[in-house]
Design a protein around this ligand. Structure first.
Ligand code: NAP
Length: 285
């Protein structure tokens, strides 16, 4: 029987640490500030933005919300981002994805100042990550690393298999595991003999987006299993990629969904906002 990795408790601890940092910075006249921009009225995105605002409030981070209509042009959006780049009380900028069709997401990301790019999506920050010296840790993969550390299992020397190679999760996940001295294999939809590879994983991270994708026969007994997937099952209930009932008896550690990786993403975003505020004020990290 695997031990559960409690993302709720671990994210609460990170938020408490962030709140302490915010208090110290605010006492010095530097209150970390985050701007969140939402274009259109996608209900899921609205919930994410609300959660980010609440998390800012809970940790003392100043936040601004920009809710723009679906009809916003790319130029209007880029102008807003440029204004936020110049705003002294805003240290981090997040433009909620997905953007409505027709708005060039890459152009928006590249307009955010790399110093305020708390999602770590800008090419400059992606490059720093590739060089092994990221300024900001990409939020979801950094959350997964924090969860692995919480188990006491060392990443160094372990075979880490990541299923998924997206720019947001899979690729930066692989880079962070490598930075932690893991031996990393990245799998994707064209991978041959997927099961053969995943069965070699001491640490298995799934970021596919398909409910029940990772079954017990894909997991090495004793593996640490991290489930990034956020899917809906047949009954509309939130679930991950991993067949939890099948895998839990053979893994050594496993994240539940909900309550695993999900809560970590916002916590790491808050941490990045504090980092941004320090850097923009010439402070050591
Ligand atoms: P994505 O861009 O759709 O990428 C999915 C990846 O899975 C792709 O690299 C794809 O391979 C791979 N894949 C698909 N079918 C496969 C198969 N049969 N065998 C092996 N690999 C396969 O998704 P994403 O943005 O990375 O997100 C992945 C999941 O994580 C989603 O459920 C998303 O909702 C969730 N997520 C959660 C959080 C969080 O905070 N917990 C944050 C972000 C995302 P190809 O590249 O070959 O197509």
């Amino acid at each position: 029987m695997a031990k559960l990795i409690d993302g709720k408790a671990i994210s609460s601890a990170v938020k408490a640490e962030v709140a302490g940092e915010v208090q110290k910075l605010t006492a010095k006249g530097i209150r970390p500030g985050l701007a969140v921009v939402l274009v259109g009225d996608d209900p899921a995105s609205r919930i994410y933005v609300n959660n980010k605002r609440k998390a800012c409030e809970a940790t003392g981070i100043y936040s601004e919300e920009y809710l723009l209509p679906e009809t916003t042009s790319l130029q209007e959006l880029l102008e807003l981002v440029s204004r936020l780049n110049e705003k002294g009380d805003i240290h981090g900028i997040l433009v909620q994805s997905p953007l409505p069709e027709g708005l060039d997401e890459a152009a928006v990301v590249e307009t955010i100042s790399p110093k305020k790019d708390v999602d770590a999506f800008h090419a400059y920050n992606v490059g720093k990550l590739m060089q092994g010296c990221p300024i900001f840790q990409p939020c979801t993969p950094a959350g997964v690393i924090e969860l692995i550390h919480s188990t006491g299992v060392t990443i160094a020397g372990k075979h880490c298999v990541v299923i998924g190679r997206s720019d947001i999760v899979g690729k930066p996940m692989a880079m962070l595991l490598l930075q932690n001295n893991g031996t990393v294999t990245v799998c994707h939809s064209k991978t041959a003999n997927l099961q053969e590879i995943t069965r070699q994983a001491d640490i298995l991270v799934s970021a596919v987006g398909k409910a029940g994708f990772v079954t017990a026969d894909m997991v090495k007994p004793g593996a640490v299993v991290l489930d990034v997937g956020m899917n809906r099952d047949g009954a509309g209930k939130l679930c991950g990629d991993v067949d939890f009932a099948g895998v839990e008896p053979i893994a050594s550690w496993i994240t539940p969904v909900p309550g695993g990786v999900g809560p970590m993403t916002i916590a790491m975003l808050l941490r990045n906002t504090v980092t941004a505020a320090k850097l923009q004020n010439g402070m050591a990290l």
